[in-house]
Design a protein around this ligand. Structure first.
Ligand SMILES: C[S@@+](CC[C@H](N)C(=O)[O-])C[C@H]1O[C@@H](n2cnc3c(N)ncnc32)[C@H](O)[C@@H]1O
Length: 207
């Protein structure tokens, strides 16, 4: 089976299954309801965050993802939401949006998969108003040396079968390198393998 067939036919099911697990849903509930105003969601996947937005606070969501298959699922998930959702088949590294045109950027479990994550975070900063915020929940590089060692060892194998997902990205450091000021960051291990389940979440300001 070619990599592209795997990515198109199998990975969307894996993403929806893994990202729909209860511990992951609880992580979304810590971050997504705080989104306000005009929201840009990076790597929307199958739209699992839509149910978590506060419809009194959100005026519109622009949802981007390069995967046509996942966008089709997200369109179905958006059918019943009471705010406007528009979809762009696009990459976070080259956002088809104006400068300073969003109040909130939401990104959940996608910074692991975006190939040029540094470029994507610079784009997210460009898209945000000066008083806006980026709200994130991600898995990534663990602070424990033994876990981090396994993450670095397994990364090259994992990324090939998990749609380009990386295990060893240091999300707070990437945000800081892109010029974001971290308002708060929290972390924990979700249940399951520690190399996969070290989560960080928080809010970052464009600075
Ligand atoms: C693990 S899924 C997470 C999906 C969703 N954010 C969620 O929380 O359920 C990773 C997502 O990143 C998307 N992705 C991969 N490369 C990307 C890129 N260059 N720009 C934006 N999204 C990308 C994938 O298509 C996929 O939807």
């Amino acid at each position: 089976m070619s990599a592209s067939l795997w990515d198109r036919r199998v990975v969307p099911h894996l993403v929806e299954w893994a990202c729909g697990a209860n511990p992951v849903r609880r992580q979304r509930a810590k971050i997504v309801p705080g989104a306000r105003g005009r929201v840009l969601e990076l790597g929307v996947g199958s739209g699992l965050n839509f149910a978590h937005y506060d419809s009194d606070a959100v005026t519109a969501v622009v949802a981007i993802d390069p995967s046509r298959e996942l966008l089709e699922r997200a369109r179905v998930a958006a059918r019943d939401v009471p705010f406007e959702v528009t979809f762009e088949e696009a990459s976070a590294e080259a956002l088809p949006v104006d400068d300073a045109s969003f109040d909130t950027v939401v990104v959940t479990y996608s910074l692991c998969s975006i190939p040029d994550v540094a470029a994507a975070l610079l784009e997210a900063r460009r898209a945000l108003r000066a008083d806006g915020s980026l709200r994130f929940v991600e898995h990534g590089l663990a602070p424990d040396a033994d876990v981090a060692r396994w993450q670095r060892r397994l990364d090259r194998y994992w990324t090939r079968c998990a749609g380009g997902c990386h295990l060893d990205r240091d999300v707070p450091a990437l945000l800081a390198a892109a010029g974001f000021a971290l308002e708060f960051v929290e972390s924990l291990y979700l249940p399951g393998p520690r190399w996969l389940n070290y989560n960080t979440w928080g809010v970052a300001r464009p600075g």
